[in-house]
Design a protein around this ligand. Structure first.
Ligand code: ARG
Length: 608
């Protein structure tokens, strides 16, 4: 990994150790004990090393050590025996040793790596580890909504970032395709759908199914309100008493008993939903290595729970339900299997986790699921530990907050959730309008395709820019803005650099022939340092499973590039050699930009 700190840490540790020896003090300083900071002002240099930590060892004050260190450094070779280059100027400043890097040498090292090293931006911090990432995991009664869009891009991006750090990643999705909610859309369709199909109605197939779910919910609401009015029942009683509700439950029993007609209807409708969802995944660039279906896994958990009951890990309640007592783990008592033997949400999750580890033994399993399920996952992990699975400690709930739309904007018919497809359509229309307004239509081959990619860039960047744990508002207008901290702004920066490189039509081999030593101006230097920081940003985003770190990095990069672009003429630099060096720097920026955009699922555009 490219970084300027490590060679200096090694050099300082080596010199301090030699100083200790000269002073007759027993002890050594390891590179890991040397702390590197960024000086508060550029005038102090590029790196600052505080000496506080060595005061005890030397029995001297930090300023004394800094002075002595500077003196000792002047008398030795910048190259460590291992060959790292820690060159540059240095000076003691109070308790600090400040270092000014040799800009020419650093520029050559950074650009050389960015342009020539395929492993640049691929820190091997997770090499050899197997990580399974579960995300999206929809229910088959409704199409994907805005919340799924946050989930999807978080899961996809985290997977790409982990893989960039060397992990072997397997992306999985559990489709919750059984249960009472599924029977509701089935029931409404069976009653009122007659022979209609998504094709006959020209409706995207998952929306078609969702509409029947809406129909059921409305009818049920009318029924319960009637019961409240006429029989004076409470809302809860009325819901349980409503004939529609009873029939939905009856249908679930028929499904569980394998009634052929019910199963056939279920198969037909689920295929519609799943096909429609996959279309949305394709559209947004989301993919999975494996789909799990709850209908195929929900029986697995039962056996494990009964085993745990036999082993005395669980107990039976009066009504026959199997329960677990997690009060010692600071959690509650929890039902695992109902008294009538039917399974619930947690039952299938227990079976699913076990199954997944058998399918693909992992070092880590990450669940990207909303924060409202935090308790569920605490309980799930605690139960799997109780059952004694050695991998139970390696499960992680990547919890994310709610995403809402600003009041009054783009509400769906139900007034609460927004369909993913509708939202992307409207973003695409907004982007297309912008392209027309800027009169860019003629310059672009396929304006609709570009508009679609701008829409995805806007959406994904906006959603990932926020730390996953935080709730957020999605502002469609703001996300589409071409100015400021947005996806389209970064896409535009990529298109601008691409266009400049096309104009320069530089011969292919200039990559090796530029003189990096010419890139010594302040704006160039800041930009180079930002490029050099990329691998660490990737590693950091992976360690914290937080793509917002990369979004913030990209914004820094765009600011540093803007300043460079403003301060340093590139094509008209005057001298051909300077032009070539600045073009090489621009190529480096483009490479990192493209790479980072891909990690956060923002499409790159050559022209826009
Ligand atoms: N389908 C569930 C829901 O919509 C989310 C599933 C999360 N994953 C899991 N393994 N429990 O709430």
């Amino acid at each position: 990994m490219l970084n300027f700190r490590d060679p200096w840490k090694i050099r300082i540790a080596r010199t301090l150790t030699a100083m200790l020896k000269d002073a007759g003090i027993d002890g050594t300083v390891e590179p890991s004990q040397v702390i590197a900071e960024l000086p508060p002002k550029p005038e102090y240099g590029d790196l600052g090393f505080p000496m506080f930590g060595f005061a005890r060892l030397f029995r001297k004050g930090p300023p004394w050590i800094a002075q002595a260190l500077a003196a000792a450094l002047s008398g030795e070779d910048a190259r460590s025996p291992a060959g790292e280059d820690a060159s540059g100027g240095f000076a003691a400043e109070g308790p600090y040793l400040n270092v000014r890097l040799d800009r020419g040498a650093a520029a050559a090292a950074v650009l050389g790596a960015v342009l020539e090293d395929p492993a640049f931006g691929r820190p091997g911090t997770l090499a050899g580890s197997r990580v399974m990432v579960e995300f999206s995991s929809p229910n088959t009664n409704k199409p994907l909504h805005l919340g799924h869009l946050r989930n999807d891009v978080l899961g996809e991006s985290v997977s790409r970032i982990l893989a960039a750090c060397g992990a072997e990643v397997r992306k999985v999705c559990i489709i919750n395709d059984r249960g009472i909610h599924i029977c509701k859309s089935m029931l409404a369709y069976q009653e009122h759908g007659r022979e209609t199909t998504p094709e006959s109605e020209r409706i995207k197939s998952d929306h078609f199914v969702g509409n029947w779910y809406v129909k059921f919910s409305r009818d049920l609401k009318a029924e319960t309100e009637g019961l409240v009015r006429e029989k004076g029942l409470s809302a809860k009683e009325a819901e349980a008493e409503a004939p529609l509700q009873k029939r939905a439950r009856q249908m679930l029993r028929q499904w569980e008993a394998g009634d052929p007609e019910t199963v056939a209807l279920w198969k037909k409708m689920n295929a519609w939903t799943v096909e429609g969802m996959k279309e949305t995944y394709r559209r947004t660039g989301i993919s999975f290595d494996q789909y799990y279906f709850e209908s195929q896994t929900y029986l697995l958990g039962k056996a494990e729970i009964l085993k745990g009951l036999e082993q005395g890990l669980f107990y039976k309640a009066e009504d026959g339900a199997v329960m677990v007592d997690l009060t010692a783990e600071k959690l509650d008592k929890k039902v695992l299997l109902r008294g009538d033997g039917t399974s619930i949400y947690i039952t299938q999750d227990i079976g699913l986790a076990i199954n997944r580890n058998r399918d693909w033994p992992f070092d880590r399993l990450v669940y990207v699921v909303g924060s409202e399920q935090q308790y569920h996952f605490q309980v799930l992990f605690a139960i799997l530990k109780k059952l004694g699975f050695p991998w139970a400690g390696n499960l992680y709930h990547l919890s994310y907050g709610m995403v809402n739309l600003p009041e009054g904007k783009m509400k769906s018919r139900e007034g609460t959730v927004v369909d993913a497809d509708d939202l992307i359509d409207s973003l695409r229309d907004g982007a297309l309008a912008e392209i027309r307004e800027k009169e860019r239509e003629d310059a672009i081959d396929d304006p609709k395709d570009v508009a679609e990619k701008v829409a995805l860039g806007a959406l994904h960047y906006y959603l990932l820019q926020v730390n996953p744990q935080k709730d957020m508002l999605f502002d469609p207008r703001e996300s589409l803005s071409f100015n400021g901290n947005t996806g389209p702004y970064l896409q535009y920066m990529g298109a601008r650099i691409s266009s400049m490189l096309r104009k320069a039509a530089a011969p292919k081999d200039t990559g090796r022939t530029f003189n990096a030593g010419l890139l010594s101006g302040n704006a160039e230097w800041e930009l180079l340092k930002t490029l050099a920081a990329y691998p660490e940003a990737v590693a950091d985003a992976a360690a914290r499973m937080d793509p917002s770190i990369l979004a913030a990095y990209l914004y820094e990069l765009s600011k540093a590039f803007s300043r460079f672009y403003h301060d340093c003429p590139i094509l008209n630099a005057g001298e051909a050699e300077l032009s070539a060096a600045r073009l090489a720097l621009s190529r480096g920026v483009l490479r990192v930009l493209k790479d980072a955009l891909n990690l956060i699922c923002v499409p790159f555009l050559e022209i826009m």
